[in-house]
Design a protein around this ligand. Structure first.
Ligand code: GLY
Ligand code: MN
Ligand code: MN
Length: 439
């Protein structure tokens, strides 16, 4: 499934309206990234550029100009068609394709950008520009402005420079039903990958071999991971951004997998933690139940009108109570929360916006205050507990256990909707799935 061109046009309509008359917006895609000698990383278009254009090729800039009469025009600067380059490097839409297939009112060769943009800047009141994404492009932008002023005696460059990200980030934060459909597909594929990992894991297997089982499902569905996969056995789960994934998985340990794919530019983000041998030990079970209870309660707090922070506060309370009940923390729960004593075992937030980027755009606060959930916002809910292997303040039996459970949740008028419900997380369900896979 792909979004129709009409959806991208609708986004440009909305942006043009927000810009007001006599303005111009310039938005470039990201640059290709060098990996090592003659090898680049696979290109992935800039999220906000793609959001407004649906155009996934490198070397492209979109320009939106608004006029006095509520009308606007959309120009796409892109690579020209070139038989030889296309034989080496693949298909290009070219100038005709930009107009016919991507709905541009005007299209130009990207090489002409510095020349053509001067004319477009003249006599506009405001320039909307994404400041600070690319130093070289920023330097070119100041050059255009200077040149527009210098060369045209009776005309001038825009007097106001506005951060375009502020507008586009807010648009991206609230997802349309069509975007949620894409996110649901990404979530389903990722859930299938986690299910396969639970089925395929065996003691002695390498972490990267288990990662390969996830990649198999992503690849079979034409997807790539939306971030570097974390596959951490035993105490490796206590390293929050463990991505080496190069140790053997041991009988008796848990394995934490934080991995998910993106589908048509929309990300998912899932974490599951399960026993390598298919059976939780008593200590693993006790800690897991605390994390799971906190996660269910935090998901339930993703409700329209609630503060963004509410799920975190709910999770912290349940985690702290659990730590006290199990004897890992001592003292009064409220005081332990106030002094942030729980941070010894829970040192990250409970989630983040999710969308085209895994840590998606959109502000978390309005002024001083946390903002409230609105229909169509998507957030992850990912509490955890991490007992460091060398933490001598706790009984030895707890050390080296790391657990996180993460789902993707949409705020809707009918309450929280979990996109990632296709992969189990209750202990009995995990053990049952794993036992079946061995039978
Ligand atoms: N996978 C990154 C995160 O959970 O935020
Ligand atoms: Mn996350
Ligand atoms: Mn994650």
């Amino acid at each position: 499934m792909k979004l129709p061109q009409a959806d991208f046009r609708h986004r440009r309509d909305r942006l043009a309206e927000k810009m007001g008359p006599n303005s111009i917006a310039i938005i470039a895609t990201r640059e290709e990234m060098y990996r090592n000698r003659d090898a680049d990383y696979k290109f992935r278009a800039d999220s906000s550029f793609f959001y407004l254009t649906g155009f996934a090729e490198p070397e492209a800039v979109a320009v939106i100009e608004t006029f006095e009469d509520d009308d606007y025009s959309y120009s796409l600067f892109c690579r020209e068609r070139n038989r030889e380059m296309e034989i080496w490097n693949g298909y290009r839409a070219g100038i005709d394709g930009a107009i016919e297939d991507y709905d541009a009112d005007e299209a130009y060769a990207i090489d002409l950008f510095d020349e053509e943009i001067i004319e477009k800047l003249l006599n506009k009141e405001r320039l909307y520009y994404r400041i600070g994404h690319n130093a070289a492009f920023d330097a070119r932008a100041s050059q255009w402005i200077k040149q527009a002023d210098a060369e045209h005696r009776h005309e001038s460059a825009p007097a106001q420079l506005v951060q375009l990200d502020r507008i586009v980030d807010e648009m991206r934060l609230v997802k349309s039903p069509q975007e949620l459909e894409l996110m649901q597909i990404a979530a389903n594929i990722s859930a299938e990958a986690h299910t396969r990992a639970m089925q395929m894991v065996r003691p002695g297997m390498m972490e990267y071999a288990l990662e390969a089982e996830l990649n198999y499902i992503f690849g079979q569905n034409g997807c790539v991971p939306s971030y570097n996969s974390i596959v951490g056995g035993g105490a490796n789960a206590c390293i929050l951004h463990y991505v080496e994934n190069n140790k053997p998985l041991k009988d008796g340990d848990l394995v934490l997998i934080d991995a998910a794919c993106e589908y048509e530019f929309y990300a998912s983000d899932i974490t599951r933690t399960f026993p390598v041998n298919g059976k939780f030990s008593a200590e693993q079970k006790a800690l897991y139940e605390v994390v799971l209870a906190s996660q269910y309660a935090a998901i339930d707090a993703v409700r329209i009108g609630n503060s963004y922070r509410e799920p975190h506060e709910v999770a912290v309370k349940i985690l702290t109570e659990g730590l006290v009940n199990l004897g890992l923390l001592k003292g009064d729960v409220n005081e332990l929360i106030q002094t942030e004593a729980y941070r010894q075992f829970y040192m990250h937030g409970t989630g983040h916006w999710l969308g085209m980027d895994v840590h998606d755009v959109g502000s978390y606060k309005k002024g001083e205050d946390w903002r409230q959930y609105e229909e169509g916002m998507v957030v992850t809910v990912e509490p955890g507990l991490y007992i460091a292997p060398d933490d001598e303040t706790v009984d030895e039996k707890w050390r080296g256990i790391g657990i996180r459970i993460e789902d993707d949740v949409v705020a809707t008028s009918k309450g929280p909707r979990v996109l990632t419900a296709n992969v189990v997380k209750d202990i009995a369900d995990i053990e049952h799935l794993m036992a079946q896979a061995k039978a």
